[in-house]
Design a protein around this ligand. Structure first.
Ligand code: TXA
Ligand code: MG
Length: 323
C-alpha cells in the first residue's frame, strides 16, 4: 500500500467510513486517524504504528458537546477547561461511556477526549457520525510528525490517505489533564501551558508526568521521541562537556557563547529570537533532521522552564533517555 496525499475532506470522510486509516492534520501534530467505534480499524492503527495495545488512544470530535458525549461523568473543572480551550491543544481524560471500545482505552475505565483546532480536520469530524481515534502518526517511540511529508516518510506504506493541512502550528502534542480522585492533574505536558490551565481554574494544579514503566499517561515511557543517536542534555547555564568533532548542539535564543564560533559543531537553533512558541514548532523537525545525520554526539541545551518550555524540556529529556 502507498498512502495517497489528498486535500479533499469528502474523500477522507469516505475512507474513514470504510474503516480505512487516514492521517489527519491538527494544530499540535499529525494524527493517524480511524473510526474509534470500529474495532478492526482501531486494531489497524496499533499495527501500523507498531504500538503496544496497553497504550490507549485519544478520540477526537468537532465540538465539546459531540466529544463529551463519550464521557460518563464531566467534572465542573473539565467543563470549564473544555469551554475555554476547545478547539485547542488540550486532551481531557474522563470516565468513559460503554460505547467506547476497550481497545481504544486499553481496558481503562477512562477515555482521552479532544477537539483539535485545524479547519480541515474540524470539517472532517463534522462530516462523520463517529469519533476519530488518532495517536500521533509516527512509529511507536519515534518523533511525532508536524508535516504531511513526515507522515509519508515514516508510515507511507502502512496507511491509505494523508490529509495534507500544511505544517502544524503548535508542534507539540496536546496537554493531557485527568481528574484522579476528582483533582485536576496534568498527565502529559504539551502544547497548552500549565500556567494557562491554572489561570482558567484559578488555582495551581498537580503535574504528574511520570517517566517510569507505570506512567500516569501510559504512553509516556521515559525513552520516547528517539532520534536514534547519542544525545545528552546540558542544563541552561552549564558548560559543554568535551565532545567529538562533528557533534551537534541544539540551542535556544541568541546569546550562546559556548557554541559561538566553534566550526567543529553543527548548531541547530530552536528559536534565535528566544520565542518558546517558535521553539515548540521547530523542535520535532530538528530532532528528525538530527536523526538523519551521523553525529557522534548531540548536546541539547534545556530551555527556560516556563510556558511551553516545560513540554520542550520534557521531550528533549525523553529523546536523550537511555531506557
Ligand atoms: O496532540 C495530540 O494529543 C495528538 C493529536 C493527533 O491529537 N495525539 C497524540 O496521541 O499525541 P498519542 O497516542 O501519541 O498520545 C496519547 C497519550 C498517550 O501517552 C496515552 O497513554 C495517553 O494519551 N492516554 C490516552 N488515554 C488515556 C487514559 N485513559 N488515561 C491516561 N492517559 C491516556
Ligand atoms: Mg505519540
Amino acid at each position: 500500500m502507498t498512502a495517497i496525499t489528498i486535500q479533499s475532506v469528502p474523500l477522507a470522510a469516505k475512507a474513514l467510513r470504510k474503516g480505512e486509516l487516514v492521517a489527519i492534520p491538527t494544530e499540535t501534530v499529525y494524527g493517524l486517524g480511524a473510526n474509534a467505534l470500529n474495532q478492526s480499524a482501531v486494531a489497524n492503527i496499533f499495527a501500523a504504528k507498531n504500538r503496544p495495545s496497553f497504550d490507549p488512544l485519544i478520540i477526537h470530535q468537532s465540538s465539546a458537546d459531540r466529544i463529551l458525549a463519550y464521557a460518563r461523568e464531566i467534572p465542573p473543572e473539565a467543563r470549564l477547561l473544555a469551554d475555554a480551550i476547545w478547539p485547542g491543544p488540550l486532551t481531557l481524560v474522563l470516565p468513559k461511556q460503554e460505547s467506547v471500545p476497550d481497545l481504544v482505552s486499553a481496558g481503562l475505565s477512562t477515555v482521552a477526549l479532544r477537539v483539535p483546532n485545524h479547519p480541515l480536520t474540524l470539517e472532517l469530524l463534522e462530516a462523520v457520525d463517529f469519533p476519530v481515534a488518532a495517536p500521533s502518526a509516527n512509529p511507536f517511540g519515534f518523533v511525532s510528525p508536524t508535516t504531511a511529508q513526515h507522515v509519508k516518510d515514516q508510515l507511507g506504506d502502512k496507511i491509505d490517505y494523508i490529509l495534507d493541512g500544511g505544517a502544524c502550528r503548535v508542534g507539540l502534542e496536546s496537554t493531557i489533564v485527568g481528574f484522579p480522585n476528582g483533582v485536576a492533574t496534568v498527565l502529559r505536558k504539551g502544547g497548552l501551558a500549565v500556567e494557562k490551565i491554572e489561570e482558567i481554574l484559578g488555582h495551581s494544579v498537580e503535574v504528574k508526568t511520570h517517566s517510569n514503566s507505570r506512567p500516569e499517561a501510559p504512553g509516556m515511557l521515559s525513552r520516547h521521541y528517539s532520534p536514534g543517536v547519542a544525545m545528552l542534555i546540558v542544563e541552561e547555564s552549564a558548560s559543554l562537556p568535551a565532545y567529538p568533532a562533528g557533534s551537534a548542539a541544539i540551542i535556544f535564543g541568541k546569546d550562546n557563547k559556548l557554541v559561538a564560533g566553534d566550526s567543529e559543531l553543527n548548531v541547530f537553533n530552536l528559536s534565535p529570537s528566544g520565542d518558546l512558541n517558535e521553539a515548540a514548532r521547530t523542535l520535532f523537525a530538528v530532532l528528525r533532521t538530527i536523526s538523519q545525520g551521523n553525529y557522534p554526539l548531540v548536546m541539547a541545551f534545556s530551555v527556560p522552564e516556563e510556558g511551553l518550555g516545560l513540554a520542550i524540556n520534557d521531550r528533549l529529556r525523553r529523546a536523550a533517555a537511555r531506557e
